[in-house]
Design a protein around this ligand. Structure first.
Ligand code: CP
Length: 336
């Protein structure tokens, strides 16, 4: 039995095989790979794309989805080992995982950090508890990484660069830029974007306002390791012009600074000073005809201007569509 929790656990060749299968299914969406299979999709947080694309993808492959949410009827869950359950949680993840394994063939989990204490949140406790206790494969639908989004992004880049006659990701400068958002957001997509860029041979640059916005060492180290294996390093810069110059991919995302988890007032004052990190035409003109994307949902004219988002350079809709295809490939790969 194999879970899909993090792309770090899968080789580049294995991930490329998933993307290749996804591309094949993009042309021929229907099949019976999940015939008579039931997949539980647990959403501890909101979703538009993930919920819809998993549900649709499961149906296209002949399976059935059961969507569960603590705000939609499911019991609130405890995930800590040995905890005295005298708070809100009515059920432990041990029982939930075991019972769902008796009914279902696979379990998808979306569980964002609680934004109170990064040392706790970085344990990814809900996902790892499900993976430990379930008797069926578990898929990460976004916790503190977002591996499905990573694959959808790489697939969109490969497709678009091929169309433009610029095939091959190797050696292309990939800029992950922090952008402003009025609230502190999850670092999951940023962690994932940096790791997948490095794994697929791109030259990753992390552009962020201050050193407080550098990502967790676990993901920085994974990206460095993969980048070095491909002959590069991960550049970290706070200089917008330097970052954008020569970029062939710009990926934008907002996230909260890890040292301020649970103490967001002072972080807001810093964040408010960096609204100029918005992705706009002037910045994009510094690039080497870069493709640009965002995982969505995205606040227009806060993170990216309309002019950039609605331009041919933006592949966000392709990436969003590709969620459907890569997730089908992932479910096929881990189904037993
Ligand atoms: N990108 C993404 O995961 O979208 P949702 O949060 O809408 O699922």
């Amino acid at each position: 039995m194999r879970h899909f929790l993090n792309t770090a656990d899968w080789s580049r060749a294995e991930l490329q095989a998933l993307i290749d299968d996804a591309r094949a299914m993009k042309g021929a969406p229907f099949g019976d790979a999940l015939k008579d299979k039931t997949i539980a999709l647990l959403f501890f947080n909101n979703s538009l794309r993930t919920r819809t694309s998993f549900d649709v993808g499961i149906r296209q492959l002949g399976g059935h989805a059961v969507v569960l949410s603590p705000t939609g009827g499911m019991w609130p869950l405890e995930f800590r080992e040995g905890s005295v359950m005298d708070g809100e949680a009515e059920e432990h993840v041990k029982e939930a995982a075991k019972v769902l394994s008796r009914y279902c063939d696979m379990i998808g989990v979306r569980a964002f950090p609680k934004f109170q204490n990064w040392e706790e949140d970085r344990k990814d406790a809900m996902l790892t508890a499900f993976a430990r206790h379930a008797d069926v494969p578990v898929i990460n639908m976004e916790t503190i990484t977002h591996p499905c989004q990573e694959l959808a992004h790489v697939m969109a880049l490969q497709e678009q660069f091929e169309l433009e006659g610029r095939a091959g990701l190797g050696g292309k400068k990939f800029v992950l830029t922090w952008t402003y958002h009025p609230k502190p957001l999850n670092t999951a997509v940023a962690n994932s974007a940096l790791m997948i860029a490095a794994k697929f041979g791109m030259k990753p640059t992390l552009l962020c306002p201050t050193k407080d916005y550098i990502l967790d060492e676990r993901y920085m180290d994974q990206a460095r390791k993969d980048a070095r294996a491909n002959g590069f390093d991960v550049e970290v810069t706070h200089d917008i012009e330097e970052a954008y110059k020569g970029a062939e991919v710009v990926y934008c995302k907002s996230w909260g600074a890890l040292p301020y988890f649970g103490n967001w007032e002072p972080e807001k004052k810093i964040r408010d000073g960096f609204k100029h990190f918005i992705v706009d035409e002037a910045k994009m003109s510094l690039t080497d005809s870069a493709l640009v994307s965002h995982c969505l949902p995205m606040r227009r004219n806060v993170k990216m201007t309309d002019a950039v988002f609605d331009s041919p350079a933006c592949i966000a809709y392709e990436e969003a569509e590709n969620r459907l295809h890569v997730q089908k490939a992932i479910m096929k790969a881990v189904a037993r």
